[in-house]
Write a protein that binds this ligand. Structure first.
Ligand code: MTE
Ligand code: MO
Length: 403
């Protein structure tokens, strides 16, 4: 200590201390997570909250928000971070635009959006139950809602020199800073039109529910594309490329697409289906839990709860609930956020209803309607697909009744 004293430059603050890291394990830098999450895969980390906690609040607390990582969580120094935005072809300033977090916050107006994010694989386990599919066995909680704050992608693209009518630019590609051992990074794209649209509110977000973006959710910067499948909401955003083609990444080209139920792994041609963008209308029951023994209250009623959401900015206008396996339907009460323009957030629904007399077993079903009058299909089999995506069939659960 004495010998080294003259070389001392300062004292490390506790926050700057890095956890000891195991170089043989690319996942050793992953953050710690809330123990209540149901883990579908540890490395990479994929987990969902208990469904009944999802509908306790309209906004999902950050530690309960579902987590879907394809790769190790990258360790990014926010002071050195720079977002790289390629310039339009023929731009006077040929070099890409580079923006630090400070630049982003200083140069552009802050914008906030409450948006629900859903993984294409939400409710995959119900598809798996019919016939095996390939993918993580998600239950009904690969969906969550947060208030995101950041800057509009549109403003950043305009600053880089793009205009609505820059010719031949059809797609905006996002590259993540997370990568596999070969150096392949996560990537996805959306249409240029959506990216430039004020109404669609595409965000480069640095805050989630009033807090700095958590590591698992893309710290320090991620894309939020309201109404669009989770996979395009690229986390740990490093680079933006505007191009004539969609992202060449595996996840844009050879994954996250829907197929006919008879297409199998021998016959599938990924180039024949479009990449999923806007998601279809969805709803699920979060309370009671399947198989639960429910006790009616003193009025002989039970309370049923769930969520409902639709992609593309469509608003949920009604949720129908049946307590008798679909013979009769009641309308649930909806709660949500009042908002002008397109609807990006889910509705939490609730129904207090009498139990059918002398009933010991009950099949509860829910189905939602959006403002396009889109409805959910009544069963899983006709929408089954080999990758187990886009399951939005009526949600059915069976419970027993303690009369
Ligand atoms: N972005 C990067 N860079 N890497 C990823 O693995 N996963 C995507 C998307 N963005 C992913 C990503 C998928 S498939 C989903 S569903 C959402 O992030 C999940 O976001 P969340 O973990 O914040 O819930
Ligand atoms: Mo996803």
């Amino acid at each position: 200590m004495e010998i080294l004293q003259e070389y001392k430059v300062g004292v490390l603050s506790p926050e700057d201390k890095e956890e000891p890291c195991d170089v043989s394990d690319p996942y050793s830098g992953d953050p710690s997570r809330h123990p209540i999450l149901k883990v579908n895969s540890q490395k990479p980390f994929n987990a969902e909250p208990p469904p009944e906690l999802l509908t306790d609040s309209f906004i999902t607390p950050n530690e309960l928000f579902f987590k879907r990582n394809h790769l190790p969580v990258p360790n990014i120094n926010p002071d050195k971070f720079q977002l790289v935005v390629d310039r339009p072809p023929g731009a006077k300033q040929g070099k890409p635009l580079k923006l630090s977090l400070k630049d982003l916050k200083a140069k552009f107006a802050q914008h906030e959006v409450t948006a629900t994010l859903q993984c294409a694989g939400n409710r995959r386990s119900e598809m798996n139950a019919i016939k095996q599919v390939k993918g993580l066995d998600w239950g009904t909680a690969a969906i969550s809602t947060a208030r995101w704050a950041g800057v509009r992608l549109r403003d950043v693209l305009l600053d880089a020199g793009y205009t609505e009518d820059t010719p031949n630019l059809l797609h905006v590609q996002f590259e993540g800073l997370d990568q596999d051992i070969t150096g392949t990074k996560y990537g996805a794209s959306i249409s240029f039109k959506r990216a430039m649209s004020k109404d669609h509110e595409v965000l480069l977000a640095y805050e989630m529910n009033g807090e700095e973006l958590p590591k698992d959710h893309g710290f320090p910067l991620r894309v939020i594309v309201p109404g669009v499948v989770g996979a395009r909401n690229v986390k740990w955003l490093g680079r933006i490329i505007v191009s004539a083609e969609e992202s060449p990444s595996h996840w844009q080209q050879n994954d996250y697409k829907g197929f006919n139920p008879n297409v199998d792994w021998d016959t599938v041609d990924f180039s024949s289906s479009p990449a999923i963008q806007d998601l279809p209308v969805q709803s699920a029951i979060t309370e009671p839990r399947p198989g639960e023994k429910i006790t009616p209250n003193h009025d002989g009623n039970v309370t049923i709860k769930g969520y409902a959401w639709s992609g593309g900015g469509k608003e949920i206008v009604r949720v129908d609930v049946s307590l008798d396996g679909g013979k009769t339907w009641k309308v649930a009460e909806l709660t949500g956020e009042e908002k002008e323009g397109l609807a990006w957030a889910w509705k939490i629904w609730r129904l207090e209803a009498a139990i059918p007399v002398e009933c010991n077993e009950m099949t509860i079903i829910c189905k939602a309607v959006d403002n396009n009058y889109n409805v959910q299909p009544d069963s899983v089999a006709p929408i089954w697909n080999l990758r187990g995506v886009l399951n939005n069939a009526w949600h059915r659960i069976s419970v027993t009744v303690d009369q």
